[in-house]
Design a binder for this molecule. Structure first.
Ligand code: SAH
Ligand code: DHB
Ligand code: MG
Length: 225
């Protein structure tokens, strides 16, 4: 990522917000520390983003959540906090090491009975989830490899109902999203999603740009009509 002169300030403000508004949480902090110790990349959603999605899932009354891209289950644990005791999360991860760390973190957070970590490439696992009738999901978080974002969105839509929310992470990419000629497959993944959304009448959708400790990025929020 290119450096931004404001990055230090964005990070400091995120730290301030985490301290005054998000607060310490043992299971989330353990999940991050254990992920770092295990050598996982530091690319989980930020605390304020995790809390925002938790609140959105709670407002919606979500009971079933689908996540594509688990990493060490930091976002997964935020979602688990939104759910009632009989809620369910299915989260898909293709890296065995990540899935292993995620399972340990979920167990340590006390959500072992609520979360199913599915190991495999999302495009292989999603047809199984559909065939097993595990949907529809009230909320889907798309946060795996970016070139496949449009395909993941199609699956999310197929596994949704009227009122479902679909969030797609990392859709601004430091502004690179506006470059139609970008040779970055992740940028083109986002652009294909946006082209598809422009023609999609079954969702009400917006995208918010974000800055913070994770740089300049953003997420798309779709509400299924
Ligand atoms: N949602 C997590 C971060 C996910 S990072 C959080 O906020 O805490 C993206 C994850 O997607 C990585 O762990 C990566 O291994 C996984 N991934 C990449 N390609 C994938 C694929 N094709 N199928 C499933 N997972 C994939
Ligand atoms: C990366 C992936 C993410 O989901 C994210 O939020 C930030 C970075 C990455 O692959 O570099
Ligand atoms: Mg992400």
């Amino acid at each position: 990522m290119t450096a931004n002169v404001n990055q230090g300030l964005w990070t400091a403000v995120d730290e301030y917000l985490n301290e005054v508004l998000v607060g310490a949480d043992e299971s989330l902090e353990h999940a991050l520390a254990h992920s770092t110790d295990a050598g996982l990349p530091a690319i989980a959603v930020s605390p304020t983003q995790g809390k925002f999605m938790m609140m959105l899932a709670r407002v919606q009354g979500a009971r079933r959540i689908l996540e594509i891209g688990t990493l060490g289950a930091y976002s997964t644990i935020w979602f688990a906090k939104a759910l009632p005791a009989d809620g369910r999360i299915i989260t898909i991860e293709s890296e065995p090491k990540h899935a292993e760390v995620a399972r340990e973190n979920i167990e340590a957070a006390g959500f072992g009975g609520m979360v199913d970590v599915r190991l495999g490439k999302a495009l292989d696992v999603l047809p199984d989830i559909s065939a097993e009738n595990l949907g529809p999901f009230d909320f889907t978080f798309i946060d795996a490899d970016k070139p496949n974002i449009p395909e993941y969105f199609d699956w999310a839509l197929r596994l949704s109902h009227s009122g479902s929310i679909i969030i797609v992470d990392n859709v601004i990419r430091e502004g690179a999203v506006i470059d139609a000629d970008s040779e970055d497959a992740s940028v083109q993944g986002v652009r294909r999603l946006n082209d598809r959304l422009a023609r999609e009448s079954s969702v009400t959708v917006t995208t918010l740009q974000t800055v913070g400790g994770k740089g300049y990025d953003g997420f798309t929020i779709a509400l299924v009509n």
